[in-house]
Design a protein around this ligand. Structure first.
Ligand code: ATP
Ligand code: MG
Length: 747
């Protein structure tokens, strides 16, 4: 076939080829980690182009902007000269709302409000709601509104279904919140999905037009779409049902953001004629890594069993590293990486370190610095969140959208213009009364008789300056930023300050000019609105530079879709992975297990799962319980105790050897933990006698200092990994490290 010559199909398996060359009609590709799903979707886009489909008829959706950029580049290489629309659902929504804004009744220059902005609006709406003495936080109410939008519930629909006091409160605040957003000509993140989904639902003319425009819709990471996203995809595929989705239910990790595995079932219901293709071959990982990950995920009960195989070599066993404490862990991992690079085995960029939460990066950072190991912490665009940069961005947002309340209130007194809170309250009352924005109100300050003197002058001058700047909106973004810095007096304020920190702030706003310039160079036709949008919609991984030779550090969530030769997962401990929030809820534990699975399946050659005996967290040093996930791994993993207390381990080993005999040899000699071959590889429960015998067994009644009398419900693991589960009436089930917990055996 002529395509082969161009390398489109030659290096694909028959199953992958079938997916790539599938003709018209819906296509569902359900396949495991590393089976080439992303590769297939990229090739399919190129294949469609080569088959004569116009680039403008193709819409490809990825999970991050970074993945979108990569896919765009690959397609460009495979089918040169074609510019296909590849984006995330959120960027797609923003673009649709800007392009079709007028027809939908929105001003296309809207600002996108981030979580911070959102919470401020919620707070404001809550105060205005007339509900006295409400104890719910704006964050919690904002979260509930977000969820409602993801389920496409309008304010009246939500209010109708509200039952308890919290929901009723949300029901009252939700319409007020919406009103404030619209008045500020702002959209929150959820609106970028909710409003297009609603428009496609309600406006058949627009729907049919877009359906015909995007004849081919392709979605990667489909398992993590939410209802609003699915609604968009489906409604773009009614007349032209060439919807191709690829996903892995085992990698669904965004339930907390409204994603729903149910969408896969819905797909099969809504498109009963869909062709379903599975890909079983993993091309990423060694047999050892793939086996360990498969055995782990097999503990999920709500799961269709799916086997993954690979022709890759067996490779080294998966390693479980035990450290004394979190600092040792950070140090130990960094030193290992340094040695691997020194030995010439790997480059720094071949290594990734994952963790459940960002808070664990601090000790890593100092270890990297101490050992001179280059690293990048992939953590959002923290740079743009610095106060000085947010201030300057507020000016830009207000320029692009003069209705923007939040940005007005932020910019108006930075630098100080002598406008007090009372004057601002009066300005807001006037603006609300006249139904105009705050900036427009400032222009009419002469009409507000209660605002006098310095405040009146300040507001008038601010309005005049912003009007002048608005006349320059067509400048390239970086020139506009420079102009704002100059005209607003912000730069002068920092320059004139004697505060050292202000010198640093000055440098940072200078960097902001550079960032705008880089953006302009990469996107010459883009406007200030595009620049602002890119900053607001950036996800953690978008700022990641995978070319540079450094160790990448990121959360497990951010690691999705990526691959690295060597992977370390830190703090695989109860309370962190699985996260404490999931405790006691089986479906949440299953999501945590999927998260662990995602992390493990990023590894190509070597995988290290680390845990420490002591973990400092939220300023407290606690005994850390090794994650129950570690015990679910197959027998052929390798334990290494890198603990400083090696001697202690040895004496325990001696004791143990006396009991068990020669089988204990390995452990005693190496300091590593013993591994006893299980009877059935997949059904592994270590049955090593305890040393010393604790007397703990299922059904035994025990007394605990804090929780009182309880019944042992489970005992598992051995040594440092030995854990005991106890059910306390009134406290529920709790898990303890067997050799740390103080218990009195009652009977
Ligand atoms: P994930 O579930 O993690 O998103 P995926 O299914 O999207 O994984 P890809 O990232 O597309 O998998 O592919 C995994 C790795 O396997 C990549 O390095 C890819 O280049 C390689 N690969 C995929 N298919 C083949 C093939 N037929 N031959 C050789 N290598 C392949
Ligand atoms: Mg992928």
């Amino acid at each position: 076939e002529s395509f082969d010559a161009r390398g489109l199909l030659a290096d694909l398996t028959p199953d992958q080829q079938a997916a790539v060359t599938h003709g018209e009609g819906p296509l569902l590709i359900l396949a495991g980690a590393g089976s080439g799903k992303t590769r297939v979707i990229t090739r399919r886009v190129a294949y469609l182009l080569r088959s004569g489909v116009r680039p403008s008829n193709i819409l490809a959706i990825t999970f991050t902007n970074k993945a979108a950029g990569e896919m765009k580049n690959r397609v460009e290489k495979l089918a040169p000269g074609n510019r296909v629309w590849v984006s995330t659902f959120h960027s797609l929504g923003a673009r649709l709302l800007r392009q079709y804004g007028e027809r939908l009744g929105f001003d296309r220059n809207f600002t996108i409000y981030d979580m911070d902005d959102r919470n401020k609006i919620v707070k404001d709406a809550l105060e205005a709601s007339g509900i006295d003495n409400v104890k719910f936080s704006p964050e919690r109410i904002g979260g509930a509104i977000s969820k409602a939008k993801n389920q496409l519930l309008t304010p009246p629909e939500y209010a109708r279904t509200a039952t308890d006091f919290f929901q009723k409160t949300v029901g009252t605040v939700y319409p007020l919140y919406e009103k404030r957003l619209r008045a500020a000509n702002a959209m929150d993140f959820d609106d970028l999905l909710y409003l297009p989904a609603m428009a496609l639902k309600k406006n058949e003319e627009l729907r049919a037009e877009l359906d015909a425009r995007f004849k081919y819709v392709l979605i990667d990471e489909y398992q993590d779409t939410n209802s609003a996203q699915y609604e968009i995809a489906k409604r773009l595929s009614l007349n032209y049902d060439n919807l191709c989705v690829v996903g892995d239910p085992d990698q669904s990790i965004y339930k907390w953001r409204g994603s729903d595995i149910k969408n896969i079932l819905d797909f099969e219901r809504d498109f009963p004629n869909a062709r379903v293709i599975t890909l079983a071959q993993n091309y990423r990982s060694t047999k050892a890594i793939l086996h360990a990950a498969s055995v782990l995920i097999d503990h999920n009960k709500q799961r269709k069993k799916k086997d993954l195989v690979t022709d890759n070599p067996q490779g080294d066993p998966v390693n479980i590293l035990t450290f004394d404490n979190g600092l040792d862990e950070a140090e130990g991992v960094v030193v290992r990486i340094k040695e691997a690079v020194k030995a010439g085995a790997y480059k720094y960029r071949d290594h990734a370190i994952f963790m459940r939460i960002n808070a664990l990066t601090r000790s890593l950072e100092s270890a990297f610095v101490k050992h001179g190991v280059p690293f990048q912490i992939v953590k959002g665009l923290a740079f743009f969140e610095r106060k000085e940069n947010r201030d300057v961005l507020a000016y830009l947002r207000l320029l692009a959208n003069p209705q923007d309340t939040i940005s007005f209130l932020r910019a108006v007194n930075e630098p100080a213009r002598g406008i007090g809170k009372v004057s601002l309250d009066r300005l807001q009352a006037f603006a609300a009364d006249q139904e105009i924005g705050l900036l427009a109100a400032a222009g009419q300050v002469a009409r507000i008789t209660e605002i006098k003197g310095k405040a009146a002058t300040g507001l008038r001058d601010f309005h005049r300056m912003m009007t002048d700047l608005r006349a320059r909106l067509d400048l390239p973004p970086h020139e506009l930023v420079s102009l704002v810095l100059e005209k607003s007096g912000y730069e002068a304020m920092l320059r004139d300050s004697t505060d050292d920190e202000d010198a640093e702030r000055l440098a940072n706003v200078g960097e902001l000019v550079t960032a705008a310039k880089q953006f302009h160079e990469a996107n010459p036709e883009s406007t200030i609105t595009d620049f602002l949008e890119q900053i607001t919609l950036a996800s953690d991984v978008d700022g990641w530079d995978e070319q540079a030779d450094h160790v990448s550090v990121m959360t497990l969530h951010a690691s999705k879709g990526l691959e690295f030769p060597v992977v370390y997962v830190l703090a695989v401990e109860e309370g962190l992975l699985p996260h404490e929030r999931s405790m006691g809820r089986e479906d949440e534990i299953e999501e945590e297990r999927r998260l662990c699975f995602v992390g493990m399946t990023r590894a190509m050659k070597e995988l290290y799962l680390c845990h420490a005996r002591l973990r400092e967290f939220r300023g407290q040093l606690n005994y850390a319980i090794p994650s129950s996930f570690l015990q679910e791994l197959p027998r052929d993993v390798r334990y290494s105790d890198t603990s400083m207390a090696r001697n202690q381990a040895r004496s325990a080993a001696d004791e143990w050897r006396a009991k068990v005999g020669p089988a204990a040899k390995d452990w005693a000699d190496t300091g590593a933990r013993p591994v006893i071959p299980p009877k059935k590889p997949t059904d592994y429960k270590p049955t090593i006698p305890d040393a010393p015998e604790t007397g703990l067994a299922v059904g035994v009644l025990v007394q605990h200092e804090e929780f009182g009398l309880g019944t042992v419900t489970d005992v598992s693991g051995y040594g440092a990994l030995r854990r005991v589960k106890i059910r306390f009436p009134g406290h529920g089930e709790k898990t303890f490290v067997a050799d740390k917990v103080k218990l009195k055996i009652v009977g």
